[in-house]
Design a protein around this ligand. Structure first.
Ligand code: OAD
Length: 256
């Protein structure tokens, strides 16, 4: 883990202050400081212990619905008791600072924990769904309520098993969410990519789309990112430490 937090680059601060349209893409790393595991971090990430094909595919659910349901039920419980951390809160401040100046802000998240919404973020696109929503595996009807039992409850409409309303490997992302995210990437003039390994498409392409359209880009995480398309700014630091410093520099006293 990075030990010291670098000071935000003055050119990045200037780009954010001047931006008409900001897009932020987040991944599991932004919630790590809220106590929620990431996926690919060595030792602590979910995929260091479990295989995605056993827990995060439709085939896994068909083979072993009780195991998959139980894993998501545990994550749902954990997410419900987690609190937004200073990284989430800094992004809320940034959104408010921009919106009172009639500038646009879009937060696109791969996270299913709901912490951006809990933090008070207004314009959030949940690309991979939400742990707090459930739908029928067979007819896709959403279930407003369900019993937290050991095995998947049944759908009130067709009797099929209920499943978490998250995107599994091999499934399509919600079309409206993906289109809105792509539009934000195409039109933004600053794109911040935070706490994501950039290993999962189509989310991973969004900062690249923004960069190709001329946006200033920042990648913030704890390890080295994709060198094929380097971001303009790359910071290795904890989101909960770096983002408050960055947002304070952009929006603090003295900012226009
Ligand atoms: P990953 O686990 O792949 O990546 C987490 C990233 O966060 C890594 O680059 C870490 O260095 C970084 N990180 C960890 N702690 C951090 C901290 N305190 N501050 C800043 N960065 C930190 O998670 P995602 O990129 O979100 O998909 O994974 C993408 C998708 O793969 C997930 O949405 C999930 C998963 O399989 C589905 O379930 C469909």
């Amino acid at each position: 883990m990075a030990s010291t937090t670098p000071a935000p680059d003055a050119r990045l601060i200037a780009a954010l202050r001047a931006a008409r349209d900001v897009m932020v893409l987040t991944g599991a790393g932004i919630s790590a400081e809220s106590g929620l595991p990431t996926f690919r971090d060595a030792l602590t990430g979910y995929w260091a212990t479990f295989r995605p094909e056993d827990l995060a595919t439709p085939e896994a659910f068909e083979r072993n619905p009780a195991t998959v349901w139980a894993w998501y039920a545990e994550r749902r419980l954990k997410a419900r008791s987690a609190l937004p951390n200073p990284g989430h809160l800094a992004l809320v401040t940034l959104e408010r600072w921009l919106s009172v100046r009639d500038r646009r802000f879009t937060l696109v998240t791969q996270n299913v924990d709901g912490l951006h919404v809990t933090a008070g973020q207004a314009n959030v696109i949940e690309l991979h769904g939400s742990l707090q929503k459930v739908k029928c595996f067979r007819c896709a009807e959403p279930a407003p309520t369900w019993d937290e039992t050991g095995k998947p409850p049944r759908c009130a409409h067709c009797g099929g098993p209920l499943r978490p309303d998250v995107v599994w490997f091999g499934e399509m992302l919600p079309v409206a969410a993906l289109n809105a995210a792509r539009a934000a990437a195409e039109r933004c003039d600053v794109c911040l990519s935070i706490g994501t390994s950039g290993m999962v498409e189509p989310a991973a392409s969004l900062p690249r789309i923004a960069a190709q359209r001329g946006a200033t880009t920042l990648t913030l995480n704890l390890d080295v990112t994709d060198r094929a398309t380097p971001p303009r700014f790359e910071v290795r630091a904890r989101a909960g430490a770096f983002l408050p410093a960055l947002v304070d520099a952009v929006c603090g006293i003295g900012a226009a």
